[in-house]
Design a protein around this ligand. Structure first.
Ligand code: FAD
Length: 323
């Protein structure tokens, strides 16, 4: 049976995050020919609706309010519940982002439905859809079916391919007025840390450093390689604990979970807690001077050598390829 599916489009600093398009792609599979409605929250964000149509949304429900300019669990849950109340969807899809992880359990519990979180792929369509999600820190995968309505799913960024964009596709934008009240917190402003641009959780390429990098300055070649490849810099907890870099870069069980197309692990031993955050990357390259390092067990390509010799050579090769 075809289904109506509501997707929450995630916007940040005036731009939609890729995961919004991946969520629409997931919603299309779940809808099995039904309607995919993108919920778009914020202030002065109506201009973003066109991209949602181009990537497959059939309709957009726009909720604009000053209190939706920045995410708060109270504000966004009121807006999403209002959209669900109006649309009565059979399914809801969010990105498994910091926002989605915070919002989804709150809304699912209000709707008294189950939550299938951190989905990395979907097999089948409509009523036959089965959701694949990692368990035991990525050491195994389980296949889950929905047992309650509405079906509520969060999808891990970088795992489900967005649909091919249909340039110029448009659709109907319905405006829904929601009275956002009783906020326990109001975000006045967000002061971002200076970063090198690419968001770690959505990066297609990550160059990640461990304790083997030895110092803050040791991260410079990793940053250079990441810039050349249009990627982001990550780190092991070992490197963060040693104060070579900020904890916001930490990847692993207690850091960020990432699935880039290419993960280059530099001077990282491959402790189980680190693997929990990156072992599902599509291609893993490890550079380590210890041939017995655990990281080589998950690596597709391994370079046994001193990173301070290997990194400059790698950077020169990439520069030559780009020239
Ligand atoms: P090390 O284990 O010290 O490894 C350094 C590596 O660099 C070695 O393999 C060495 O051979 C190599 N090396 C050294 N010099 C060179 C050189 N010149 N050239 C090439 N290679 C070189 N860790 C995480 O990363 N993420 C987490 O989220 C996380 N969560 C944790 C949660 C808990 C509850 C616990 C207990 C631990 C957690 N850890 C986490 C820590 C984890 O167990 C490891 O201690 C940590 O990952 C080690 O970091 P590392 O590989 O950078 O350092």
């Amino acid at each position: 049976m075809s289904k109506k599916v509501v997707v929450l489009a995630e916007a940040r600093e005036g731009a939609l995050r890729n995961v919004s398009f991946e969520a629409i792609s997931a919603a299309k599979k779940i809808s099995d020919g039904g309607e995919v409605v993108a919920a778009l929250f914020g202030q002065d964000v109506s201009g973003l609706a066109n991209s949602l149509f181009e990537y497959g949304a059939d309709r957009v429900v726009l909720v604009e309010h000053p209190h939706l300019n920045f995410y708060t669990a109270d504000g966004y849950s009121q807006a999403l519940l209002a959209v669900v109340d109006q649309e009565k969807p059979e399914a809801i899809v969010l990105g498994h982002t910091a926002l989605g992880k915070d919002l989804s359990p709150k809304v699912a519990s209000r709707l008294q439905t189950g939550l299938i979180s951190d989905v990395t792929s979907i097999e089948g369509e409509g009523d036959d859809a089965q959701f694949i999600r990692p368990i035991y820190s990525g050491k195994a995968f389980e296949k889950v079916e929905a047992a309650s309505e509405p079906l509520f799913v969060t999808v891990r960024p970088n795992n489900i391919e967005p649909l091919e964009a249909e340039a110029g596709k448009t659709g109907t934008v319905d405006t829904l007025s929601v009275d956002i009240t009783n906020l326990r917190t109001v975000v006045e402003n967000v002061i971002r840390k200076a970063t090198d641009g690419v968001d770690l959780s959505e990066a297609k390429v990550i160059v990640s450093g461990g304790r083997g990098v030895k110092s803050e300055e040791g991260f410079a070649p990793l940053k250079e390689l990441a810039n050349l490849l249009g990627g982001a810099v990550g780190a092991s907890r070992g490197a963060c604990d040693a104060e070579y870099c900020d904890y916001s870069l930490q990847i692993g069980q207690t850091g960020k979970v990432v699935t880039p197309d290419l993960y280059i692990a530099v001077g990282i031993s491959g402790a189980i807690q680190h693997l929990a955050g990156m072992s599902n990357s599509k291609i893993i390259v490890a550079i380590n001077k210890d041939p017995e390092a655990n990281i080589f067990k998950v690596a597709d390509y391994g370079i046994v050598g001193d990173l301070f010799e290997v990194m400059p050579l790698l950077i020169e090769e990439v520069k030559a390829l780009k020239a």
